[in-house]
Design a protein. Sequence first.
Length: 292
Amino acid sequence: MSGVVCLEGIRQSYGSQAVLAGLDLEVRRGEVLGLLGANGSGKSTLLRIVAGVDKPQSGFVRLGDDDAEHPRVGALLDPTWLDERLTCQQHLTIANLYARGRARRGSVRAALAMVGLSAAGRRRVKHLSLGMRQRLALALALVDAPDVLVLDEPLNGLDPDGVLWMRELLQDFARSGRAVLLSSHLMAEMERMATRVVLLSDGSLSPLDSVGQAEQSVTVRVETMSETFVRTLEEAGARVDSPVDGSLSIKGLEPAQVFRAARSSDVVLTHLVEDVQTLEEQYRDATSNRGV
């Protein structure tokens, strides 16, 4: 994967309040990059800078690979900006005019179908639910066939079917060689959706592991503690915590590897549990350590 969006030294303040404090970020092709942070941490500010809506006070944003043409960015930042007097079709027709210089009836119908609004094409925005507005705003973000999607809380207002649809659409978008940068306060869904997650706190970014990437640990209990067993685990590359009440916490090995090490050491396991820290647990640990 390669960086399609690169931010370097981005700083932004509001009055005396520093929101972004010289942060760096790379968004890579083929990934869904999740952005977590408390309310007021600067997530929306960062997304607006990536989308080109706002300019940072210092630092710069580079779009595109060294060998690629300038990528197109589509953004869903706030569905409340939609004009309540216009219909879904009218919004998309106007967007097509700006994107391609002429409206194409077929492309408008295709966009409505893609976001599940075929039956609502002539409905005015003022009569749409929040979830339907999110779908329309996403259709507008996709009008110009973007290489990067920048989405601020795109799951707001969606029902369970809508959340599943959004997840699959964004993952397919990334798998096609494009990229997604999104924020969401729904950490369980972020864990399912994102290939990488970063935490914005105190104006800077730190990485969190998304599902399947967090380091796993294996907890075992044995009938009789064996130094040979511990040595075998360590020789295999494991980090073993000191035994407590006949238990060992083992990091760096799969459960099957731990089981084989026990068998080769003539150790009987009475308990074996694999534990992977959830994104919510990582967030809690990270924010408590940083004093958020």
